[in-house]
Design a protein around this ligand. Structure first.
Ligand code: FA5
Length: 325
């Protein structure tokens, strides 16, 4: 661990941009880092060894994390000063005619709402802060379920209700079922939040849309037919669609949905038949009703549709870029 810290100290001292710092964070604290490996190996050790190693690794982890944050703060402020020439005369900040322009994510979202409305879906808003029951437990993910690990969850401190910014719009499924009787078809839409490092395809906050359809006699055929219609309306009549077997604790069977765009297969999101236990949690009798659900990222649609190569472009305040769409 001393060697790791020594190496880390050299790299962090030489880092001169926030991008380099992010890369160092991934190298030393990311899922594949030495520290992460040591932490996951703790489970195999006996009590006293586990405590000893745990203390060493966690101390190093905290030290690295603090140094990264300090360095990032100092670099961000020095970068700002480098960018600003304080001797220059002032210019008007915004010289375009004062006409608004839709953000590409919103263009996609409005188009999505239009398509779903034409198919008879109701659009439903939903809370961004959720409790553990709705985000996880009611969806067959109890406290110890390994599927929780795929959701890098932020938690809200100082509450005994275990509140969290929802990690997916599926958190609204049981809440909606509890207050509405089937048959229904709705589109739950909003933001989701995950404690993830940003890269070209991931962000810590992103839009999701989630369709749920529950009625008597709904089958996988309905799921595939509906999704095909929606995707082709959004991405073009001849878009090829592919379903890959997958696993979500709240759907059975589960699948991943891909669309071929500009010659490449791209993942839109997950889907499946709603698990009987989830229907029960929503107060719906699974003997009488069945349903399907699907959820995917709003920005992913924008990226596919407009051929954007890096999702982060969508959140940068660069008007000349955003106005192209
Ligand atoms: C889910 O969130 C499931 N709740 C989807 C689902 C709904 C399955 C209903 C079955 C039934 P997943 O973690 O794969 O699954 O995320 C779904 C989609 O959200 C991804 O395919 C991607 O388009 C988008 N997404 C997920 N994480 C991020 C992220 N960090 N940044 C941007 N988009 C993301």
């Amino acid at each position: 661990m001393d060697d790791i810290l020594k190496q880390f100290n050299i790299e962090i001292a030489n880092a001169s941009s926030t991008e380099q710092i992010d890369a160092i964070r991934v190298k030393y604290l990311g899922k594949k880092s030495y520290i992460a490996m040591q932490l996951s190996s703790l489970a195999d050790l006996s009590g006293s060894d586990r405590a000893k190693l745990g203390m060493i690794v966690n101390k190093a982890k905290a030290e690295i994390s603090n140094l990264i944050n300090d360095r990032k703060d100092s670099i961000s402020s020095s970068q700002i000063f480098d960018m600003i020439d304080i001797s220059k005369p002032g210019t008007a900040l915004y010289q375009r005619p004062l006409l608004g322009h839709m953000h590409p994510s919103n263009i996609v979202l409005r188009e999505t709402y239009q398509i779903f409305t034409e198919l008879g879906f109701a659009i439903v808003d939903s809370p961004e802060i959720e409790d553990d029951w709705h985000n996880f437990e009611s969806l067959n993910m109890p406290e110890v379920h390994p599927a929780r690990e795929t959701h890098d969850t932020f938690y809200i401190k100082d509450t005994d209700k275990k509140l969290l910014p929802r990690t997916h719009t599926s958190a609204m499924q049981v809440r909606f079922m509890n207050s509405n009787k089937p048959p229904f078809k709705v589109l739950l839409s909003g933001k989701a939040f995950r404690n993830e490092n940003e890269d070209a395809t991931h962000s810590w906050s992103f839009g999701q849309i989630e369709g749920i359809v529950v009625a008597k006699g709904i089958s996988v055929t309905d799921l595939k037919g509906t999704l095909a219609q929606i995707i082709r309306k959004q991405l073009g009549e001849n878009t090829q669609i592919r379903y890959r077997p997958s696993f979500f604790p709240y759907t059975e069977p589960s699948m991943e949905v891909d669309a071929k765009f500009n010659g490449k297969w791209l993942e839109l999101g997950g889907a499946g038949m709603i698990h009987p236990k989830v229907l029960q949690n929503g107060g719906i009798d699974p003997e009488e009703y069945s349903g399907f659900a699907f959820g995917w990222g709003v920005e992913r649609i924008a990226v596919i549709k407009y051929g954007i190569n890096d999702l982060r472009q969508l959140w940068r305040p660069k008007l000349s870029y955003l106005e192209q769409f």
